[in-house]
Ligand binder design. Structure first.
Ligand code: ZN
Length: 194
């Protein structure tokens, strides 16, 4: 059975992903890629985010699952206060839409780091511990090309670092201070894969 998410060993995960051209914003081709990413993520019970290389597209895009914004009480101090995505939520009141980051750049990192548990949809069956900055700010474009900055802490900061690593061809297993079999952790509720 073929995994719909690219797995460690696939060269696309080790390539430096290419920036999305401004001219491609709003194109049906890009829309299709974004949809494919959200659909792949929605199928993963522990999935919190996904990067384009994980669906085989070497492009600088990642998507964070809306459930991350529901679970964590993140102080989302957006610079232009425009990621509220009014009108995007549709019928499902209370459910947060997935958040798309195009051509993301980490613009600020806290000096403080801590050990965080981490898993990856492209490294099935493993779970590790990685040193991550406690806070990370990302500047990116939304689907229409409007720039925004998102300040994340905790899980969201961890996701930002994990996803930007993906776009640079790095997997968390390269940095993990500890790596173990996933089955040992199956009883833990705070399991996240990105
Ligand atoms: Zn990953």
């Amino acid at each position: 059975m073929k995994d719909s998410i690219t797995q460690d060993g696939d060269p696309v995960l080790r390539a430096k992903a290419k920036p999305v051209a401004k001219a491609d914003l709003g194109s049906p081709a890009l829309g299709k890629i974004l949809k494919k990413m959200s659909n792949a993520l929605a199928k993963e019970g522990f999935g919190v985010a996904i990067a384009a290389p994980q669906i085989g597209e070497s492009l600088r895009i990642f998507v964070v699952s809306g459930k991350v914004f529901e679970d964590t009480d993140e102080e989302s101090s957006d610079v232009n206060a425009d990621t509220s995505q009014s009108g995007v939520e549709g019928e499902q009141t209370g459910s947060h839409p997935d958040l798309v980051f195009i051509n993301p750049e980490i613009v600020k990192l806290s000096r403080k780091k801590r050990e965080m548990s981490e898993g990856c949809l492209s490294v099935r069956g493993k779970y590790g511990t990685v040193m991550r900055h406690e806070k990370a700010s990302v500047r990116a474009w939304d689907e229409s090309g409007k720039p925004f900055t998102y300040n994340g802490s905790g899980l969201l900061a961890q996701i930002f670092q994990h996803e930007v690593d993906h776009l640079d061809g790095t997997l968390y297993i390269d940095k993990a201070v500890k790596l173990e079999d996933d089955t040992k952790r199956s009883e833990l509720r705070d399991k996240h894969h990105a």
